[in-house]
Ligand binder design. Structure first.
Ligand code: 26W
Length: 818
C-alpha cells in the first residue's frame, strides 16, 4: 500500500500518486477513475497529512526523550489561512506533488485554490500567532500552540450595493484534513457554582463545587518546520457536552430539553468574536477564555507530571506565553490548581506562577484593554475571583511598602478597579503575575513605559522589554510569490535565505544591476497581471498594468485612516478633472486598492467601506478619467487574498496616526515582496526606516511626540483648504448618500479630528506626489524595490522568535536527528 523507506513515506511522484489514489478510494471514497478537483484536493491533502503525522509523532517522541524546557503559546486567535501549499513547501515536496498530479491530469495550482482559509482570528495579533508558530517549528524549538477550535471563523464579508454584510464562516463544512481529532485527549472544564471550605489531611482548603461542567476535546494541527523534520503541534479545543446525564430533565421525561441543555455546552467554542477593538465584557467571551485556558493547563500539567513530581521544577520545564490579555485568566487558574489540587502553599504556588508567565500586549488603545465586570467573575468563576482578591491584596501591601500611601497611584495600579461597577483589570493582573512584559515594536514599548503602563514600569523597569514583530518569509515569499523566490535564489546562488533570512542583504549588491532589474520588473509584472485578473473577476473593473498599484489592506479602523486614503483619491480625481489636457499627459496612472473587514458593530468603519464604493462608482465610470485613476475595494479580505494582492503591489499604505499602531505586520510582508511603503513613523515603521533608509520610502505626517500637542490645538487651527474641499464634496453628496456620510464627515471636522487627518493631509499629498515622481523613474523605483526586500530580513518572525527564546522564554532548539 504505502511505499515505506526506513519508516518514512516516500516522496517521489510515483509514491505520492499511489497515496493520492489510495485516499481518493478509501478516504474521500470516490472511485479512482472519476473524481473532481475538490476530491483530488482532499486526497492530496490527506497524503500530505500522513507525512505531517509521521514527523509529528517523531518530534513529540524526541521532545519526550530529551525533556527540554517547552514553550506553551496561549492565544485565543490563530489566523492560519490555507495549509496545503505551506505544508508541501516546508516538507520540500511541492514539485513532486505537482508532478504526481499532472500525471493524474490535475494541476497543483487549481487544487490549491480549492482550500478554504482557516480564519480563526481577527487581524494582526491572530496572523502574528500563525507566523510565530511557523518560525518556532522551523527553528526546532520545543513549542506548543493552544487555542480554540471555533466552528465559525471570522465572518465572510459580502458587499451588497457597497455595504458590508456579514455571513457566517462555517469553514468545517467539508471537513478539515489538516486536523486530527484526539477523542482520548479531553478534560472537564468547570463553570459557575460556589466555593466551600473543607479540611483535607488536617489542612483547611477551598473546594469549588461547579454549577456546570463542559468537556474540552483536543484537535491537533501539525505545524511543519521548513528544512527540518521538526513538526510541532497547535492544539485547539472544542467544547462537547460532558458525559454527566441531566437526570432532572430525564425524570420529567423532558428528553428534548435534556438534549438542548447538552448542546448548550458546545456553544462555548462555536464562534469567534469578530471585534478587535473594544472589550465588551460578555459572559460567553469570558467562558471562551477560561475554557481553553483550563483545558490547556490541565494538558500542560499532566505532561509535566508524566516526567516530574516536584513542582519547583515546573519553571525549568515550562514557559507560558500570554498572547495579549485574552488568556491571562491562566495565571489565576494555575494558582488555583497548585493551591486547591496540588495543595502547595500560597508562597510556593506564587513563586512558581511568577517564574513561568510572560505577557505580550498588542494594543495602545486604552479601550481595548480588557476589564471584566467583577460580578460576572463572581458568577462564572467564583473561586478565581477569591484568588484574584488574594493576589491583589498581597500586591497592594507590597506596593504600599515600596511607594507608601499614594492612594491615587495605588488605585491606578490595583487589579481591582473600584467604582459603581467594579472591574478586574486583566492587563494589571497579567503584569503583576508575569516576569516579562513586552510591546510588539520599540516605539510601542516606549509608549507602554511612558504612558499605558507607566506606573508598573517605574515599579519594575526590569520586567519591560520589546520584541519587534516579524512575518514568516516561507508563506509571504516562497508560498505567495514563487517567481520572486526563484529570482532571489538565483541571484544569491542559494535557497538557504529561506531559513537564514539575513542572506537577503546580499541583494543590495545587485540593486542597480540592469539584468537583475529587468528580471525583477518581470516578476512584479507577472504578479500584477494575476492581481489585475482577480480585480476584474471580483469587481468587473479593468485596470492597466502600467498604472501604479497602490494598496491599503488591513482591518478597517479610524486610527488606520482608510478615510484619509479615500480623501486623497478624491483629491487626485478632482485635480485630474480640473487639469489641462497637456498636464494630464504627465499624470502617473494609479489603481488604488483598499480591502479590509469592519467589526460588525462599528458603524463609522462600515461607512468608510460604503464611501470607498461610492467614490469608486464615480471615478471608475468617468470616461473622462479613463485609466488615469481607478479605485477598487477588494471584498472579503483574508490571508489568501493577501497572498495574491501583496506580490502584485507597487506601493502600500500604512498611514495610522502616529502612536496608534502597536507595530503593524502588513508593512513587513509588502517590504519582503519589494513593494514600497508610504507610511507614518508609527509602530514598527520606525525600525523599517532604520533598516532600509527613509530615502527608499515615503514617510509623512506628525511624529508620535507631536500628536498630543497637535490634538490640543487641533480644534483651533483650520484644516488645509484642499482637505476641507474634499470633505465638503463628500458632505454635499457629490458621491451620493449625503445624509449617510454626514456622521463620517463629522469625525474629521468641527474640532473633532481626533486622528488628525486634516493636519496630516498636506504632507500626505506631498508623499503621494513624491511616489509619483519616483515611479516614473523605473530604474530608481526598481532599485528602491530591491533594497526593500534586501532590508526585510530583520522583520522575519525567525528573528522575533529567536529574540523571545533567548531573552524571555529561555528555551533552546531541540532538533529531531535526520
Ligand atoms: C477584545 C477584543 C480584541 C481582540 C483582539 C485584539 C488584538 C490585540 C488587536 C490586534 O490584532 N492588534 C494588532 O496586533 C498586531 C500584532 O502584534 C500589531 O502588529 C498591530 O499593530 C495591532 O493593532 C484587541 C481586542
Amino acid at each position: 500500500m504505502f511505499e515505506l523507506m526506513d519508516g518514512f513515506l516516500k516522496n517521489d511522484p510515483v509514491s505520492l500518486q499511489k497515496d493520492i489514489l489510495h485516499h481518493v478510494e478509501y478516504t474521500v471514497a470516490r472511485s479512482r477513475f472519476s473524481f473532481d478537483d475538490f476530491e483530488a484536493y482532499q486526497a492530496l491533502s490527506h497524503s500530505v497529512r500522513d507525512r505531517l503525522i509521521e514527523r509529528w509523532h517523531d518530534t513529540q517522541q524526541h521532545f519526550k526523550k530529551k525533556d527540554p524546557k517547552r514553550l506553551y503559546f496561549l492565544s485565543l486567535e490563530f489566523l492560519m489561512g490555507r495549509s496545503l501549499s505551506n505544508s508541501v513547501i516546508n516538507l520540500g515536496i511541492k514539485d513532486q506533488c505537482a508532478e504526481a498530479l499532472s500525471q493524474l491530469g490535475f494541476e497543483y495550482e487549481v487544487l490549491a485554490e480549492q482550500e478554504g482559509d482557516a480564519a480563526l482570528g481577527n487581524g494582526g495579533l491572530a496572523r502574528l500567532s500563525a507566523c510565530q508558530m511557523d518560525s518556532l517549528a522551523t527553528l526546532d524549538f520545543p513549542a506548543w500552540g493552544y487555542g480554540l477550535r471555533y466552528q465559525y471563523g471570522l465572518f465572510r464579508q459580502i458587499i451588497i450595493d457597497g455595504f458590508q454584510h456579514e455571513q457566517p464562516d462555517y469553514w468545517l463544512n467539508f471537513g478539515n484534513p489538516w486536523e486530527i481529532e484526539r477523542v482520548h485527549v479531553s478534560y472537564p472544564v468547570k463553570f459557575y457554582g460556589s466555593v466551600k471550605e473543607e479540611v483535607v489531611n488536617g489542612k483547611k482548603c477551598k473546594v469549588w463545587i461547579p454549577g456546570e461542567t463542559v468537556e474540552a476535546v483536543a484537535y491537533d494541527n501539525p505545524i511543519p518546520g521548513y528544512g527540518t523534520r521538526n513538526t510541532i503541534n497547535l492544539r485547539l479545543w472544542a467544547a462537547k457536552p460532558s458525559e454527566g446525564l441531566d437526570i432532572e430533565s430525564y425524570n420529567t421525561g423532558d428528553y428534548i430539553n435534556a438534549i438542548v441543555n447538552r448542546q448548550k455546552a458546545e456553544i462555548i467554542s462555536n464562534v469567534l468574536y469578530p471585534d478587535d477593538r473594544s472589550y465588551q465584557g460578555k459572559e460567553l467571551r469570558l467562558k471562551q477564555q477560561y475554557f481553553f485556558v483550563s483545558a490547556s493547563l490541565q494538558d500542560i500539567v499532566r505532561r509535566f507530571k508524566d516526567m516530574h513530581n516536584n513542582f519547583d521544577e515546573f519553571p525549568d520545564k515550562v514557559a507560558l506565553q500570554l498572547n495579549d490579555t485574552h488568556p491571562s485568566i491562566s495565571v489565576v487558574e494555575l494558582m488555583r490548581m497548585l493551591l486547591d489540587e496540588e495543595h502547595l502553599s500560597w508562597k510556593r504556588s506564587w513563586n512558581i506562577v511568577c517564574k513561568v508567565f510572560t505577557f505580550t500586549t498588542h494594543t495602545v488603545l486604552p479601550e481595548a484593554l480588557e476589564k471584566v465586570p467583577m460580578d460576572l467573575f463572581e458568577t462564572v468563576l467564583p473561586r478565581h475571583l477569591q484568588i484574584i482578591y488574594d493576589i491583589n491584596f498581597a500586591f497592594m501591601e507590597e506596593l504600599k511598602n515600596k511607594i507608601g500611601k499614594d492612594y491615587v497611584r495605588l488605585s491606578r495600579m490595583s487589579i481591582v478597579e473600584e467604582g459603581a461597577v467594579k472591574n478586574i483589570r486583566m492587563a494589571n493582573l497579567s503584569i503583576v503575575c508575569s516576569h516579562t512584559v513586552n510591546g510588539v515594536s520599540r516605539a510601542h514599548s516606549e509608549l507602554l513605559k511612558t504612558r499605558v503602563f507607566m506606573d508598573f514600569y517605574e515599579l519594575w523597569p526590569e520586567k519591560f522589554q520589546y520584541k519587534t514583530n516579524g512575518v514568516t518569509q516561507r508563506r509571504w515569499i516562497v508560498v505567495s510569490n514563487p517567481s520572486l523566490c526563484a529570482l532571489i535564489s538565483k541571484w544569491l546562488r542559494t535557497e538557504s535565505w529561506i531559513h537564514d533570512v539575513d542572506l537577503l542583504t546580499h541583494l543590495k549588491n545587485h540593486a542597480s544591476n540592469p539584468e537583475l532589474q529587468h528580471e525583477w520588473k518581470m516578476v512584479k509584472k507577472i504578479n500584477k497581471m494575476r492581481l489585475a485578473e482577480y480585480i476584474e473577476t471580483m469587481s468587473g473593473v479593468k485596470v492597466s498594468l502600467d498604472a501604479m498599484f497602490d494598496v491599503q489592506i488591513k482591518r478597517i479602523h479610524e486610527y488606520k485612516r482608510q478615510f484619509l486614503n479615500i480623501l486623497g483619491v478624491i483629491h487626485r480625481y478632482d485635480c485630474i478633472k480640473n487639469m489641462e489636457e497637456s498636464d494630464r499627459r504627465k499624470v502617473v496612472p494609479r489603481v488604488c486598492i483598499i480591502g479590509g473587514k469592519a467589526p460588525p458593530g462599528y458603524e463609522i468603519a462600515k461607512k468608510i467601506i460604503k464611501l470607498c464604493h461610492a467614490v469608486a462608482e464615480k471615478i471608475n465610470n468617468d470616461t473622462d478619467i479613463g485609466d488615469l485613476l481607478k479605485l477598487v475595494f477588494i471584498p472579503d479580505y483574508n490571508v489568501s487574498v493577501a497572498e495574491l494582492v501583496i506580490p502584485g503591489s507597487d506601493l502600500s499604505q500604512h498611514i495610522s496616526t502616529a502612536g496608534h499602531e502597536a507595530s503593524g505586520t502588513g508593512s513587513m510582508k509588502f517590504l519582503m515582496n519589494g513593494c514600497l511603503l508610504l507610511a507614518t513613523a508609527d509602530g514598527s515603521t520606525n525600525e523599517i526606516i532604520e533598516e532600509i533608509g527613509a530615502e527608499n520610502m515615503f514617510i509623512f505626517g506628525a511624529k508620535m511626540n507631536e500628536v498630543p500637542k497637535l490634538r490640543e490645538k487641533e480644534s483651533t487651527i483650520k484644516a488645509p483648504l484642499q482637505f476641507r474641499r474634499v470633505v465638503r464634496m463628500v458632505r454635499d453628496g457629490y458621491f451620493g448618500f449625503k445624509d449617510y456620510f454626514k456622521s463620517l464627515c463629522d469625525t474629521v471636522e468641527n474640532g473633532k479630528d481626533f486622528y488628525l487627518l486634516g493636519s496630516d493631509f498636506t504632507s500626505y499629498l506631498e508623499a503621494q506626489a513624491a511616489a509619483d515622481r519616483a515611479y516614473v523613474d523605473k530604474e530608481k523605483w526598481c532599485k528602491m524595490s530591491v533594497l526593500s526586500t534586501a532590508g526585510s530580513g530583520r522583520f522575519s518572525s525567525d528573528r522575533t522568535i529567536e529574540d523571545y527564546a533567548e531573552k524571555t522564554w529561555g528555551i533552546k532548539p531541540c532538533k529531531l536527528p535526520l
